[in-house]
Design a protein around this ligand. Structure first.
Ligand code: NAD
Ligand code: UD1
Length: 343
């Protein structure tokens, strides 16, 4: 790339953001990454440079700070924004909803104002399959009914609506609303991965902590769902595939008009028991688990119809369940900060 595009990546030190910055740098883009380290560690920045073999601009700052956002656009020739910054814990969002609306909704409003001020109208936004609520049917298409059952999900739905209203009000906006299914796994190097604070809420991080001996057993939430084996079914997606989905969306933005939702998933659902079996296969020994009650608010089945991502972005997920499990294991075994925190 002789004259590389400059991409602003908000939340660039986070789980999905860090993997995406590596892929952007390797593809030749110039990157300006912003993060306030609310849920990330500064050491991620040097790890990204090591993996990419290149440097990038990192700014410690907050998307809620209008001065910071205006300065970013003043100081850098930003063509496109990939907006990951936000809070994402569903349970926490029910306890501190205003914090979630401030971070996710107000933060995005600030970003959009700064983009408008700078004449930058290209955005790739981290939405979520949570905007489908309890889906009427699977696989889920982008035109399925939308609903939200908690403040986190509502913040994503509100941001989608704000983007749609903005794109309708002014020509020129090109916005990809990427609805992720269940991102898991880690960078195969073991240098980047998900580092949840406290007890993990989500299946894969919990399963990895059991598999690596940091927790005694996994509790399987519910055994009587209307699914083939009675446990919940989800569309698990390798985080490197997800990162590559963002590069595909960047390249497709010139062909997008307005705000378009696009599912990023594999299209294949796996049950909780299938996930345990996959991890056992990678480990070569059984993993302790037991059935417990259903988790309130959980749904039975959730997996994507990924056709739009293929036709509009030319993107398909390529990494299988074995790669998701083994890369996750490599990460948890080599991440000394996590191991010392848990020890
Ligand atoms: P993450 O918490 O690892 O990354 C988010 C990053 O944003 C963190 O590094 C955090 O420090 C930063 N951040 C938070 N608030 C900020 C603020 N006000 N200003 C600047 N930086 C801020 O989460 P992730 O898993 O990488 O998720 C990225 C995005 O994708 C989030 O918007 C999340 O809601 C969305 N998403 C995630 C999942 C998932 O399962 N991981 C699924 C669907 C959607
Ligand atoms: C989570 C989020 C949701 C988000 C989605 C994709 C919560 C409550 N919901 O839901 O908003 O859109 O990820 O990122 O965090 N399970 C167990 N034992 C465990 C943990 C989970 O059996 O210890 C089961 C769950 O019941 C579910 C499956 O594993 O059937 C996956 O759970 P999880 O990883 O939390 O993902 P989602 O339920 O899809």
């Amino acid at each position: 790339m002789s004259n590389p595009d400059t991409i602003l990546v908000t939340g660039g030190a986070g789980f999905i953001g860090s993997h995406t910055v590596v892929e952007l740098l390797q593809a030749g883009y110039a990157v300006v990454a912003l993060d306030n380290f609310a849920n990330a560690k500064p050491s991620v920045i040097s790890r990204i440079c090591t993996l990419a073999g290149r440097d990038f601009t990192f700014v410690e700052g907050d998307v809620r700070d209008p001065g910071c956002m205006a300065a970013l656009f003043r100081d850098h020739p930003i063509q496109t924004v990939i907006h990951f910054a936000g809070l994402k814990a569903v349970g926490e969002s029910t306890r501190v909803p205003l914090t979630y609306y401030q971070n996710n909704v107000t933060g995005t409003l600030n970003l959009l104002e700064a983009m408008r001020g700078a004449g930058c109208r290209n955005l790739v936004f981290s939405s979520s399959a949570t905007v489908y609520g309890d889906p009427a049917e699977v696989p889920i298409r982008e035109d399925s009914p939308l609903s939200a059952t908690n403040p986190y999900g509502r913040s994503k739905l509100m941001i989608e609506e704000i983007c749609r209203d903005l794109a309708k009000s002014e020509p020129g906006w090109r916005i990809a609303l990427l609805r992720y299914f269940n991102p898991v796994g880690a960078h195969p190097s073991g240098l980047l991965g998900e580092d949840p604070q406290g007890v993990p809420n989500n299946l894969m991080p919990y399963l990895l902590q059991v598999a690596s001996g940091h927790r005694p057993h996994l509790e399987v939430f519910g055994q009587d769902y209307p699914t083939p084996d009675g446990t919940g079914v989800r569309d698990y997606l390798h985080v490197v595939d997800l990162a590559l989905g963002h590069l595909a969306a960047l390249k497709a933005l010139p062909r997008i008009e307005g705000a378009i939702p696009i599912n990023l998933g594999t299209g294949r659902g796996y049950s909780v028991l299938e996930m345990i079996q996959a991890m056992e296969k990678v480990m070569g020994h059984p993993i302790p688990w037991q059935f417990g009650p259903r988790r309130p608010g959980d749904i039975a089945l959730c997996y994507a119809n990924p056709d739009r991502a293929h036709t509009m972005l030319g993107w398909r997920a390529e990494r299988d369940l074995m790669a998701m499990c083994s890369d996750g294991l490599t990460w948890i075994k080599s991440n000394s900060s996590l191991n010392s925190a848990l020890a």
